[in-house]
Design a binder for this molecule. Sequence first.
Ligand SMILES: Cc1cc2nc3c(=O)[nH]c(=O)nc-3n(C[C@H](O)[C@H](O)[C@H](O)COP(=O)(O)OP(=O)(O)OC[C@H]3O[C@@H](n4cnc5c(N)ncnc54)[C@H](O)[C@@H]3O)c2cc1C
Length: 759
Amino acid sequence: MKQSGQPILRDIVLVGGGHSHVGVLRRFAMKPMPGVRPTVVCRDTHTPYSGMLPGYVAGHYGYDDVHIDLRRLAEFAGARFFRTEAVGLDRHAHKLYCSDRPAIPYDRLSINIGSTPKLNDAGGQSSRVVAVKPIYQFNERWLALLARVQSQPGPMHIVVVGGGAGGVELLLAMQHRLRQELHHLGQDPNTLRFSLFTRGASILPTHNTAVQQRFTRTLKDRGVALHLNAAVQAVDDQGLTTVNGEHYTADEVIWVTRAGGARWLQDTGLALDDDGFIKVTDTLQTVTDPDIFAAGDIASMVNHPREKAGVFAVRQGPPLAHNLRRSLEGLPLRDYHPQRRWLALISTGDQYAVASRGALSAAGAWLWRWKDHIDRRFMARFSDLPEMSQATTKLPASTVALEGEEAQQAISAIAMRCGGCGAKVGASTLSRALSALKPIERDDVVIGLHAPDDAAVVRVPAGKAMVHTVDFFRAFIDDPYVFGQIAANHALGDIFAMGAEAQTATAIATVPQGLEAKVEDTVFQMMSGALEVLNDANCALVGGHTGEGQELALGFAVNGLIDDRMDKIMRKGGMRPGDVLILTKPIGTGTLFAAHAQLKAKGRWIDEALISMRQSNRLAAGCLHRFGATACTDLTGFGLLGHLVEMTRPSEVDASINLSALPVLEGAEQTVAAGILSSLQPANVRLRRAIRNAESVVKHGRYPLIFDPQTAGGLLASVPGDQADACVRELIALGYPHTGIIGAVHPQGDALEPIELRD
Ligand SMILES: Cc1cc2nc3c(=O)[nH]c(=O)nc-3n(C[C@H](O)[C@H](O)[C@H](O)COP(=O)(O)OP(=O)(O)OC[C@H]3O[C@@H](n4cnc5c(N)ncnc54)[C@H](O)[C@@H]3O)c2cc1C
């Protein structure tokens, strides 16, 4: 996570990770704008590059060859990445609404969310139909189809609806791949039938006649049934019906028709064209609102209507970046005029392509190789990211246009930073941010957050003893909401590991400087995430303290309650020989986030780690207790080995770990193999002296992971051997799918070292 150290003055929110926004991000990476915080809001972490999609389907490329890793690109650009779906807009309040998190304020908003085939035209929904967009949905379906053809080859009729370049290219790519698969399996490829339906009198209506004829011939030669003037009117579970009343059976129907804009745009008040696309001027600003820009398929340039094609989305990236910048600087924007003619390279699935530009056309395998070269070069711009200097040089002055009160606030934010003042966040900023939050109310809280006093007052119910814990750490992910969720979950982990219930929490946070509104929103986003987790755990937030600092950081002192007969306490020291060791979540967060900071982790690895870190240990703790866990702890900074030694020592037992049984987060083995380790790892490695046979396992790929520090890790528990299988089954059923038996507890032997590692 890059820290610019510059007070935050303005927010640019980029909605959608389309072809224009990836260009904007790259430009912001190369030339950051001091004081401006870009944020990417996208449903998908890996965004497809349309030009290579047919090649991916045809089997010429792998998934990562044709997808841009937005999380990584955003990290490179110093932008925040919020993985969520935009669902609405309040233009007056300058807020973007999302499906599963608080609204995001913006100063400038840019929309690049692509288009969606109009599936509803079919007059019905059938499980046989899949739209080509969103691509991730199509990809899931495509992989399922591929697996079906591979596992149960047999007659099948695959239909593509839509005779544009996308439909024709996709059909030929699917046909090529599926026939190849059957060929390799020694099956008859002719059991697969393919048909193309289009409403027009010809395919590829926006291309010249020579190109149309060439593809018509190719389809015929490949045995594809072409249905012209045959708009599909309905699809049911048997097949489809055309406007001409003809019915055809079909096993799969892929929808690649003319597209429209997302439905949620209709309620934004933005002017849309007849297909629901956002009307924009030559500066790419919406005709309705100069603070909102749009580009790519979703934009309809009122003065320069063009076909929907990725090439325009790509070309709009540079002028969009330029104009977003100029708009914040209060300077005149530049007009962008899209080209009238453009070169399309349309592939036929078998590493052969047809070029089409105006009235010209050409074809050949060389054109496919040329296209392949162009496409790979384009993708390399977003995957081969240059090393950026981490050195903090003197900050250039911000060029953002500010006036009046805001200019004053900016000056005082800079003054504070230079003075190194760890001042408290202004009381009004803090109270505004917190006032919108609703901590749960508990009868045992006498004085809490909404009846503020010098301190909170909480009753300890009769028959209960108190459990106290505290945790604090700086943000390792540039998303205050998700960070808040994880920080709260991490702090609650100690309470649950003891078998206690959470009662109250007080928060301590530091927030980077900026305009009051920016600081307020950061506190609000972070505490919203934290509060969701605390409320879910029935833990009342009763107070806190927030200060300004270089980095975002959050921690909690949490109080819990436990039966004062102490019979529910799961301590570290109760392990018994004959117990087995159960771990409820995969390990690897330390190395993965170290890799993320070095741009060496895949976005989907980080997604998976974040899901795991947000999962509460509460249900797991209850389950372990029910199955008679003799000892329990939550995995955090000391890593698996450190926490295990903390258990074996007071229990006066030895333990063995089966390395191959460890649940490990995807990517963690690759990142440790690449030598990417958390900065806490060296301190944890000192404990290797607790391992009896370190010499024989030191080369094992998973060996470094036992030292990997965890954030909001799972529970490590010892459970009587005869209960273990049932306990694991229940933990999996409770939603801890990676739970596993990772080792065993043994009587203390003669060796000084308590831990043995097994392969
Ligand atoms: C099979 C096929 C092949 C094609 N081949 C070519 C080709 O070779 N050349 C060419 O020029 N064009 C091609 N096209 C057309 C091309 O796909 C589109 O024109 C292009 O993808 C549009 O790019 P975009 O940047 O507007 O949006 P997209 O590439 O569609 O990106 C939209 C992004 O927004 C995100 N998103 C969507 N909704 C939301 C939301 N509500 N909140 C947050 N994020 C959201 C998505 O996850 C995605 O990251 C092809 C199309 C198809 C179907």
